[in-house]
Design a protein around this ligand. Structure first.
Ligand code: B3K
Ligand code: ZN
Length: 869
């Protein structure tokens, strides 16, 4: 733990502009791990070469480790050591260095470096965890070949894994055994991994297109092995997809995945030994929802795809994080679209982007896709680096077109395989591989904030003009930004619903602050479909009338924009209602909108999942982003009234759809079956807003008789949020049925944390004290605290301030245990300026109170101090 306090100097800020190549590189490293329950002895033998300044000393990173000895070329070395470094002066230009040190994985609650989860040793080294294992030059531009020997008690830790190929195993004294692993690919230390434990395993294989047989293994606790086949299936699909779409093959004869229950994030792409949060790998119908199944498929693919975009070509420094993350998210989004429904995937990705990344972009933590400074790099694994980063790649893909994009990707790998490179190197490969100039486009990497684009249209004598203007809002440390290169995909539709340019995709290159595009020779004024497929991550304001938007719901050939038109209308309706409620006016739903939704709901030709998305109203969080000062209670009330209004108007249709989709079929994870469940549960959610005994009965039946978790948890969530007399019994029933399964128990916590009932704060406080609540388990913390504070806007921002107190108390308790997770929670308080004065004051008080805590981590300090700036 760091030993500064709020009164002492703030943690050091690192700047991109200070990048310097390291003075030394480590060519090979030979590690020996001697695992014991209360201590791990580590011996590291490195071959080191100078590559920079002549007289520079060797400075190695290290944290919370007990140094035993340092031997340089067979002689004791003279060194200096402090909390963060080990320095050796007067070293030759090439030498061997042996370091012996001890660590204590069992007491490592930060879950960085080597730690113990449910009796299993495992590692997490990205970004800077390796320095908690041994002294090293712990930065991604130092790439070394690793050989790893692990020794442990045979009975307790029969499985011993590391990166690369197993080259030796044998018995050792005192009931111990050892395994030696060798990874032929030079890699940065953040990709190192080790696992030791008693684990079961499922195995399969894949033959690459060049004919190499790869053994695929997923390791998990014995009782979870029946939940591994879906991940295995997803892995095989990912391997095939990367060959088909990018021409990229796997490069070792073994690929391992290990499921771990204590994990700070989703998963980690360590070379040939991916380590996964159980939540992102385990799935079976009875315990995982359709969303979980899709999530597992996407995360397995994401980590696998990193083998090329991240591992073979890695980042020069952590400012370049989006080089691997944005690109790999784009790749996994495309993979998911190819596996399921493209339209539904795009809608969900954009929904996530708006809810979380747009919010981040308008907060004091706003930063460019390639940040220029940080105090704690772990705070920058953000929605901006990942999701906006993926949108930046998507835009390049769209500007280049699929063929040139593929050519440019081939060039990128040809140039940079085995290197640690920058985002600039990537863009240069895109330019050189395609011949397209991306100089203005580069601003997407350096300018933070969500561009706002206004469009006005006019029609005169057959000439249709669209006038665009763009504005990039100021963000922390960045003002007066330059206009960006924004690709706007456009369609023009005539009054009969025909595309006016059916065989062409119109891609407008918006590059100026204000720019006009004209289309001549049109008989009638067309209806524009602007920003098809959400071709750029911007906020768009058009002058479309309500009638035109309704027309688009029924006629746009671009599914995304059909959905978008419905979102826009419902947003307008809800926001107007917030105002009406303030002024004592009553709900007045637009009948044309109800009819448009009725048509969608009953359209047998439409994909059911898509209908489900068309019915999903914008969340309270997204609605709040549309207001200068978020009217927390008004939004909640208005949204509920609109749900009830639609449910009342469309009750018969919704009931019919419910029964049509409720087929009683056995579970299958196919797009059609997922679509039926999505739509069924969507209409049930509406109907529960106007529930009578018949509807309660339907919900109760679904809860007690479901043959899959999607239906069970949906019905449970609706019951928990309702006033049904069966509510309490359902809560007990679900707990009794599932308390042995940690991932399902997380859902039990989350369903209660999501409830908008007025008593939810009392419930949350009780759940915080529940015997199954544990601050040391990140999944449990997220299931209760992140869900409540991040997704339950109306109750977290309760005017009493109890929500803030609850969060503040938990952050303070968690910070000494796990600063990364504590900092993630602190992000919920950053947007205080968007709320009314009363709430602002309470949020600031909570932030100040956290800042005053002695020994506050660098992680939380950075978030809190930047928020208060
Ligand atoms: N690269 C890891 C994330 C590491 C987070 C470190 N705080 C997982 C991923 O993005 O694939
Ligand atoms: Zn990633």
């Amino acid at each position: 733990m760091l030993d500064f306090t709020a009164q002492e100097a703030a943690p050091e800020t690192k700047y991109l502009r200070d990048y310097k190549i390291p003075d030394f590189t480590i060519e090979t490293v030979d590690l020996n791990f001697d695992l014991h329950d209360n201590v791990t002895h580590v011996t590291s033998r490195m071959h080191i070469k100078r590559q920079g300044e002549k007289d520079a000393p060797l400075v190695l990173d290290g944290k919370d480790i007990k140094l035993i000895s340092v031997i340089l070329n067979n002689a004791n070395a003279e060194y200096e050591v402090d909390d963060e470094t080990l320095t050796i002066h007067n070293v030759p230009d090439e030498f061997d260095l042996m370091i012996v040190n001890d660590i204590d994985p069992a007491s490592n609650t930060a879950l960085e470096g080597l730690y113990v989860s449910n009796g299993m040793f495992c590692t997490q080294c990205e970004a800077q965890g390796f320095r908690r294992i041994t002294y090293f030059i712990d930065r991604p531009d130092v790439m070394s070949k690793y050989r790893v020997r692990i020794e442990a008690n045979n009975a307790k830790y029969p499985i011993l894994l590391s990166n690369g190929n197993e080259i030796e195993r044998g018995d050792a004294a005192d009931g111990r055994h050892f395994v030696v692993w060798d990874d032929p690919f030079p890699k940065p230390s953040y990709l190192f991994a080790l696992v030791g434990g008693r684990l079961g395993m499922v195995e399969d294989s894949f033959t690459t297109k060049s004919g190499m047989d790869v053994v695929l293994r997923i390791f998990a606790e014995e009782q979870d092995l029946d939940k591994c086949p879906h991940a295995m299936d997803s892995l095989i699909k990912s391997m095939k997809w990367d060959e088909d779409v990018y021409g990229l093959e796997y490069d070792l004869e073994i690929f391992n995945i290990v499921a771990v229950s204590h994990f700070n994030m989703g998963a980690m792409e360590n070379k040939s030994l991916n380590i996964f949060n159980t939540k992102c790998v385990l799935a079976k119908a009875e315990t995982a929802t359709d969303t979980d199944f899709s999530f597992v498929e996407a995360v397995v693919a994401h980590e696998y795809f990193h083998n090329w975009t991240g591992n073979r070509v890695t980042c020069r420094d952590w400012f370049q994080l989006s080089l691997k993350e944005g690109l790999t998210v784009f790749r996994d989004h495309e993979f998911s679209s190819d596996m399921g429904s493209r339209a539904v995937c795009r809608i969900n990705d954009v929904r996530t982007l708006r809810q979380h990344q747009f919010a981040e972009d308008s907060s004091p933590m706003a930063h460019p896709v390639r940040p220029e400074e940080y105090m704690e790099i772990n705070n920058f694994y953000t929605m901006t680096v990942y999701e906006k980063g993926a949108e930046v790649i998507r835009m390049m893909h769209r500007i280049l077109g699929p063929e040139k994009y593929r050519k440019a990707m081939d060039l990128y790998f040809e140039r940079h395989d085995g290197q640690a490179v920058t985002c600039e190197d990537f863009v240069k490969a895109m330019e050189d591989g395609s011949g397209i100039d991306l100089s203005q486009f580069r601003l997407w990497y350096s300018q933070a904030g969500t561009p706002e684009v206004d469009v006005k249209s006019s029609f005169n004598n057959g000439k249709y003009t669209l006038t665009f203007s763009q504005k990039i809002p100021d963000t922390r440390g960045q003002t007066n930004k330059k206009p960006m290169h924004i690709p706007i995909e456009l369609g023009l539709i005539d009054r009969y619903g025909n595309e006016l340019l059916p065989n062409e995709t119109i891609l407008l290159d918006l590059k100026k602050s204000e720019q006009e595009f004209t289309f001549e020779g049109l008989e009638h004024k067309p209806i524009p479909s602007i920003l098809r497929g959400f071709s750029a991550p911007i906020k768009l304001n058009t002058d479309l009338t309500r009638d035109e938007q309704i027309f688009l719901i029924g006629h746009d050939s671009d599914s995304f924009n059909r959905w978008e038109a419905a979102q826009e209308i419902s947003t307008d309706i809800i926001l107007k209602l917030v105002d009406d409620l303030d002024n004592g006016r009553e709900l007045d739903l637009d009948y044309a909108f109800i009819d448009a939704i009725r048509l969608v709901l009953t359209d047998k030709s439409l994909d059911k999942a898509f209908i489900g998305e068309m019915l999903a109203l914008p969340s309270e969080g997204v609605l709040g982003q549309k207001m200068d000062t978020i009217n927390v209670d008004g939004i909640h009330e208005a949204r509920k009234l609109v749900v009830a209004g639609l449910a009342t108007a469309l009750k018969d249709e919704m009931l019919a759809v419910y029964h049509e989709c409720n087929t009683g079929e056995s579970y299958e994870f196919t797009p059609e079956a997922v679509g039926r469940r999505r739509l069924k549960n969507m209409v049930l959610g509406y109907l529960m807003e106007i529930a009578d005994t018949e509807i309660y009965q339907i919900c109760k039946n679904q809860f007690y008789n479901a043959n899959n978790m999607t239906d069970e948890i949906s019905a449970f969530t609706f019951l928990v949020n309702s006033n049904s007399p069966d509510r309490d019994k359902a809560i007990t029933n679900f707990y009794d049925k599932w308390h042995h399964d940690q991932l399902v128990l997380d859902k039990w916590f989350s369903a209660q944390a999501m409830s908008s009932r007025e008593d939810v704060l009392d419930q949350i406080e009780k759940l915080n004290e529940h015997k199954d609540f544990d601050l040391k388990t990140p999944n449990r913390v997220r299931s209760l605290i992140s869900v409540f504070c991040g997704l339950n806007q109306v109750r977290f921002h309760d005017k009493s301030g109890r929500g803030y107190e609850f969060l503040g108390k938990n952050i303070k308790a968690l910070d000494p245990l796990n600063p990364q997770i504590a900092a993630g929670l602190a992000k919920q308080l950053t947007r205080w300026k968007s709320f009314d004065e009363n709430r602002q004051n309470m949020m600031k008080k909570t932030l100040n109170d956290i800042l005053a805590q002695d020994g506050l981590s660098k992680n939380v300090h950075e978030i809190v101090s930047k928020s208060l700036d």
